[in-house]
Write a protein that binds this ligand. Structure first.
Ligand SMILES: Nc1ncnc2c1ncn2[C@@H]1O[C@H](COP(=O)(O)OP(=O)(O)OP(=O)(O)O)[C@@H](O)[C@H]1O
Ligand SMILES: [Mg+2]
Length: 327
């Protein structure tokens, strides 16, 4: 306990990190969220800097770290905002998606260590998302949480503080965007910026939100680099995004159907909770509800459920085990 107090005086504050494919969030204990930014690192200048840029690398793909150096750099820049005296570095509680390989997990740990933290604690991302969504994870009956992020869809069943089933699938919102981009490239020979593709996905929604003959103007770039506007019908956008949505819904349905009868009954009673950016997709809740015959609720702040839950877990875990970072 005395050591803990000494630490509080000498060290940078504890932090919680949600390192997502599209967005990275950093929470500093007793201060709140100090960073909520795209997970990209600029490569144009000699020294890469985090932020929005034309020439950038996305250090994560499919929910996992694929560029350890760039990820460490991004985190190091963000962690500067948590600094106090710098005598001892922060301890970091980091969310790790389920269904990743041991190598992918090792990459995540390595990137966090290289970012300069003094100690690390990994927590399963679905547990953090559930806490952030307001679920009581201590309850002794099964609850199902689905986080649809940018690169990963995480399906998990939680009971008595533990993950009793976890399934990660590399199909999520980023694939919806890519599907729309491919359709526009094939149909009109135009390149579509990510933001424009995201807008179309949001307008289209999941299921039958948009009428098939309704048309949306789309601004793309032709081979000469000039902007050009075309129209895309609701049917064309649906044809692009529906296979990806169907895949996501199928994984959730299979997870539900694969549950042993006692857990299945418990999940039917507690319902399914949706988090992550994909939970904002209009119509996705009713699509999942009709595929599983289970009530679906969307978390109040789906994009921040993971970091909000991680920050609550951080506040409760100061005394527990922290793995030294080796720095
Ligand atoms: N209103 C919305 N409708 C549809 N999609 C949305 C909406 N808002 C955000 N998104 C999508 O959500 C994704 C970002 O969600 P989120 O921040 O949960 O992902 P992430 O945590 O970075 O990724 P991951 O957890 O998969 O590594 C983006 O792909 C974005 O396009
Ligand atoms: Mg996420």
């Amino acid at each position: 306990m005395r050591l803990e107090n000494l630490r509080k005086i000498l060290a940078d504050p504890d932090v919680a990190i949600d390192l997502g494919t599209a967005n990275t969030r950093l929470y500093v204990l007793d201060r709140g969220i100090v960073a909520d930014e795209p997970t990209i690192v600029r490569t144009r200048s000699e020294q890469p800097v985090p932020g929005q840029a034309d020439d950038f690398v996305a250090p994560l793909k499919g929910g996992v770290v694929r560029d350890v150096d760039a990820t460490a750099y991004l985190l190091r820049q963000m962690l500067k905002r948590a600094r106090r005296f710098g005598l001892i570095g922060s301890r970091a509680l980091v969310c790790a998606p389920s269904g990743v390989t041991s190598g992918e997990r090792a990459n995540l740990l390595e990137a966090v260590r290289r970012s300069g933290v003094a100690a690390v604690k990994l927590v399963p991302e679905p547990l953090a998302s559930a806490v952030g969504a307001g679920l009581d994870i201590s309850l002794p009956y099964a609850q199902l949480i689905v986080d649809i992020g940018d690169g990963l869809t995480d399906v998990a069943v939680i009971r008595s503080h533990r993950l009793i089933l976890a399934r990660g699938m590399r199909s999520a919102c980023g694939d919806l965007r890519s599907a729309v981009q491919r359709t526009v490239a094939r149909r009109s020979n135009l390149f579509l910026h990510q933001r424009e593709a995201e807008r179309l996905v949001q307008e289209s929604g999941a299921g039958t939100v948009m009428k098939a003959d309704q048309c949306l103007p789309v601004l793309g770039i032709d081979r000469q680099g000039c902007e050009m506007s075309v129209e895309l019908s609701g049917q064309e956008i649906s044809d692009a995004v529906n296979p990806v949505i169907a895949e996501i819904v199928k994984v959730i349905r299979e997870a539900v159907l694969g549950l042993p009868p006692d857990l299945s009954v418990e999940v039917m009673e507690s319902g399914i909770c949706l988090t992550g950016g994909g939970a904002c997709l209009r119509g996705i809740d009713s699509l999942i509800a009709s595929a599983t015959s289970i009530d679906v609720k969307v978390a109040a702040d789906p994009l921040h459920a993971t970091i909000n839950g991680a920050s609550q877990m951080l506040a409760a875990s100061a005394q527990g085990f922290w793995e030294p970072s080796g720095l």
